[in-house]
Ligand binder design. Structure first.
Ligand SMILES: C[S@@+](CC[C@H](N)C(=O)[O-])C[C@H]1O[C@@H](n2cnc3c(N)ncnc32)[C@H](O)[C@@H]1O
Length: 214
């Protein structure tokens, strides 16, 4: 007989439930989520948004930093769930940034969009944040980590989306297509370094890593 431990978590029925059925958002946030999916904007999966919002409702961070805004879906959901008074989000694509600003205005939210490459912006930040969400180009996660740890407030936490590359991060290097080798190497470095921190992984979406400040 199979034990629970032998059963893969992401049985398609489980995935369908947590993604399609579990606690749909209301009103304008739901409309934005649907619009993003229909327009193939790469937003966090529904189950990840529900999970993070639950955490933010519990922990009530006062300040939030996000790296990778796209059109602002995750930023808005975090703002509504947390009630944080300081929310800053970094986006390098000018068209996405413009759409995000329009969405923040539509929701009446005071969110500071820092337009440009996180590589240049992160070293200029001079305050600390209770919650940091990293959701930008995956190959840069390892490069951004020291700066994120520098601006993480005591007692705060970092969430990092999409750490598994659909599981291919665990493939042998020689089995990885040449074009994917840099991201494969850098994500493996990132997993190795973060495994030595106070961290845990939640198997939602393509893997959600949580790091707690010491
Ligand atoms: C996955 S999308 C973000 C989705 C958003 N967090 C959500 O769930 O609604 C990633 C975004 O990060 C931006 N991005 C990627 N690398 C970046 C960098 N180095 N600096 C700033 N933005 C970056 C991309 O332009 C893209 O809009």
């Amino acid at each position: 007989m199979l034990n629970q431990i032998d059963r893969p978590v992401l049985d398609p029925r489980v995935l369908n439930y947590i993604r399609e059925v579990q606690r749909p958002f209301d009103g304008a946030l739901r409309d934005l989520e649907v619009w993003c999916i229909e327009n193939r904007i790469p937003i966090i999966p529904h189950e990840t948004a529900v999970y993070l919002n639950f955490m933010l409702e519990l922990l009530r961070p006062k300040s939030i930093l996000e790296v990778g805004t796209a059109v602002g879906f995750s930023t808005i959901s975090f703002a509504l769930a947390s009630g944080a008074s300081v929310i800053e989000t970094i986006e390098r694509n000018p068209e996405d940034a413009e759409l995000a600003r329009a969405n923040f205005a539509k929701f009446g939210l005071d969110i500071d969009l820092l337009e440009g490459d996180a590589f240049d912006i992160l070293p200029t930040l001079d305050k600390t944040y209770d919650f940091i969400f990293l959701d930008s180009a995956k190959s840069k996660y390892i490069d951004f980590l020291p700066e994120l740890l520098r601006v993480l407030a005591p007692g705060g936490f970092i969430a990092v989306d999409d750490i598994f590359q659909g599981g291919s991060v665990f493939d042998a290097r020689e089995d990885v297509h040449r074009s994917q080798r840099t991201i494969h190497r850098k994500l493996n470095e990132f997993l190795k370094v973060t495994n030595d921190l106070n961290s845990t992984i939640v198997p939602l979406g393509d893997g959600l890593l949580l790091i707690k400040a010491d």
